[in-house]
Design a protein around this ligand. Structure first.
Ligand SMILES: Nc1nc2c(ncn2[C@@H]2O[C@H](COP(=O)(O)OP(=O)(O)OP(=O)(O)O)[C@@H](O)[C@H]2O)c(=O)[nH]1
Ligand SMILES: [Mg+2]
Length: 299
């Protein structure tokens, strides 16, 4: 019998693609944990969020990233630099597309075509929403337009269809390497980050148009006691008029955000949560490098 221990494998797996194609849903499915927030609106994810999947003989470090766009303001530049730094570190790239995607010649595809040393697994997501002919047309399109893709695979991240196969394809391509992070770590982000994201998710789900995009959330206080976590959060908006919208008539709208976010936090932290939320105006923070720095948008 061969008693040689199996070599340890570890690597960085970058999940990239256009906004709204299902990158965060996929990372959550692959992790079996709801690490990244998911909403029906584009540009939900604003950071590079690591999801670390540990096994006895492997460590797989996923990066969920913001959807790739043409930057329109400073925040977008910061978001895109998260995408491109994750590509630089990648041992494997999961390029997520979906069955709705329109195809223009995109700089990212051009860039991926040149990445001949890094295996690229191209995923066509949301196949639960398409018939077989549509799926096959997409697969054929990508085989032609990204010929260096190691695999082109149809999946449904929402229904976890094909996600086991994605894991296997990634594991097969993971280099021999010691673990990059302690084996009991799940992510690189602190608890406060996830708390802020949960509030942001509810804002994305409850408000319309530009309002969610003008909001940022800070956690000013996070005090964990034996049976309860006490939190004080601030929602920053860009203009005074937005403050009124966030708070709503008699504070009803903000109350909804708070209740919904608190319930989510209690599931995530497995503890009771006391949450207090304030709303402040931080004029045009999305274009202000100093504010962006404060909110953690620097590399
Ligand atoms: N029908 C269907 N919907 C999906 C699937 N995967 C994701 N979605 C939905 O697509 C929307 C966007 O999902 P996200 O996971 O937030 O997409 P994303 O690529 O992370 O988006 P950004 O962070 O904005 O770039 C959500 O409403 C998801 O529920 C899928 O396999 N099938
Ligand atoms: Mg996302």
């Amino acid at each position: 019998m061969n008693t040689e221990p199996k070599p340890h494998r570890a690597g960085f797996v970058s999940i990239i693609g256009k906004p709204n194609v299902g990158k965060s849903t996929l990372m959550n499915a692959l992790m079996g944990e709801r690490l990244s927030i998911v909403t029906s609106k584009a540009q939900t994810t604003r950071h590079r969020i690591l999801g670390i999947l540990n096994g006895d003989d492997f460590q797989l470090v996923y990066s969920d990233t913001p959807g790739i766009i043409q930057p329109k303001y400073e925040l977008h530049n910061a978001m895109m630099s998260f995408v491109y730094s994750s590509l630089e570190d990648a041992d494997v790239v999961l390029f997520v597309t979906d069955i709705y995607e329109k195809h223009d010649e995109e700089p990212v595809v051009e860039r991926l075509r040149k990445m001949t040393n890094t295996p690229i697994i191209l995923l066509v997501n949301k196949i639960d929403q398409a018939d077989q002919a549509e799926v096959e047309a997409k697969l054929a399109y990508w085989k032609e337009h990204l010929p260096n893709a190691a695999e082109v695979l149809p999946i449904s991240a929402l229904e976890k269809f094909g996600t086991d196969q994605v894991l296997q394809l990634v594991l097969d391509r993971l280099p021999e390497h010691p673990a990059y992070y302690p084996k009991d770590e799940l992510t690189d982000k602190p608890e406060r980050f996830f708390a802020a994201e949960m509030i942001r998710e509810k804002i994305f789900k409850l408000y319309k148009k530009e309002v969610p995009y003008s909001c940022e959330v800070g956690i000013e206080e996070f005090k964990e006691e034996e049976t309860i976590i006490r939190m004080r959060a601030t929602i920053y908006v860009e203009r005074a008029s937005q403050k009124g919208i966030i708070i709503g008539q008699k504070g009803e709208a903000l109350k909804k955000v708070g209740t919904w976010a608190r319930e989510e936090m209690e599931r995530f932290f497995l503890k009771k949560v006391f949450l207090e939320i304030h709303v402040k105006v931080n004029e045009n923070w999305r274009t202000d490098p100093k504010a962006l720095n404060r909110f953690g948008y620097q590399q």
